[in-house]
Ligand binder design. Structure first.
Ligand SMILES: [Cu+2]
Length: 113
């Protein structure tokens, strides 16, 4: 009887751990391939080389809001406040210039191979 209780308790623990494990795996799969920080009114790194299909996470470290908006419209983060981030996917090869819609003098580029 007691053993049976222990076994079912262990079973519950295993299920909980299993869920935690799969949630972790899903989180890991969503990790960006590249990270661009927006800091001091600039994109860093300013020029990044990726592979077609890669994801880039833009993180705004500034107090000012920023965007990362492709000139040709192929990707955009939307407005990012301090500490916010957004992930975009570069679906095709090419050179993509992008800028901040709020501060258009902030320019950078993505080169996708
Ligand atoms: Cu900006």
């Amino acid at each position: 009887m007691f053993i049976k209780k222990i076994m079912s308790f262990v079973g519950v623990i295993m299920i909980v751990l299993g869920f935690a494990g799969s949630a972790n795996a899903a989180g890991h799969a969503k990790k960006a391939d590249h990270i661009v920080e927006i800091k001091g009114m600039a994109f860093s790194p300013k020029n990044i080389t990726v592979k077609a299909g890669d994801t880039i996470k833009f993180i705004n470290m500034d107090a000012a809001p920023h965007t990362a908006t492709a000139k040709d419209g192929s990707f955009k983060t939307g407005r990012l406040k301090k500490g916010e981030s957004a992930m975009v996917k570069i679906t095709t090869a090419g050179n993509f210039s992008y800028f901040c819609k709020i501060h258009p003098s902030m320019k950078a580029s993505v080169s996708a191979k």
